[in-house]
Design a protein around this ligand. Sequence first.
Ligand SMILES: C[S@@+](CC[C@H](N)C(=O)[O-])C[C@H]1O[C@@H](n2cnc3c(N)ncnc32)[C@H](O)[C@@H]1O
Length: 206
Amino acid sequence: MGVLENKARARTFYKYLSKVYDQINPFIWDERMRDEAIDMLGLESDDRVLDVGCGTGFATEGLLEHVDTIYGLDQSPHQLSKAFQKFGKHGRVHYHMGDAERLPFQDDSFDHVWSSGSIEYWPNPVDALEECRRITKPGGKVLIVGPDYPNSTVFQKMADAIMLFYDEEEADRMFREAGFDAFEHHIQQSRPGSPRAITTIAEVPE
Ligand SMILES: C[S@@+](CC[C@H](N)C(=O)[O-])C[C@H]1O[C@@H](n2cnc3c(N)ncnc32)[C@H](O)[C@@H]1O
């Protein structure tokens, strides 16, 4: 397990990274990739959507172009405070400080659940995916963006030491174990040579 697949360490990491997150983020996860992934959801303006690991609100901002209001959850108070600065504390975004592995919502609460760039920090990703499935209405979509497993052995060793990087086979296993049977993966990349994202869109069984 990578050093950042630990909730306390990830929280400390984001205490510092939150200061520069919005400057660094676009090099690996940019607006084009985000918007391409959002389009996979086919959102309606009155859909109830949760952004798990919303951070400073980069994806939240894109989602707000499609829905009237959104729910954002993150375990880092420092990341959330950056999001408050962008969207206000009591505006179109309803914030929750919490853990992806124990989502504070009732079953079938959301039309769709989104999470970008957060799964790699979850110590028990299958538990969190089960939570995403539990709180999404049957027929709704769960969309998860994570880091694709690198091809080179050197980068694989570095990646494994830091956090969860996974390929399509591993994604198949995690989503199946979490109770999904219909899903597809899309590989996304900002530009040739930059790190790839693996974006999975899964349908919640009826
Ligand atoms: C790389 S940022 C992604 C932010 C945003 N979703 C985006 O697309 O830019 C990862 C976020 O996941 C959050 N996170 C990590 N582990 C978490 C957990 N167990 N529960 C909730 N949030 C978590 C971090 O605090 C951080 O804000």
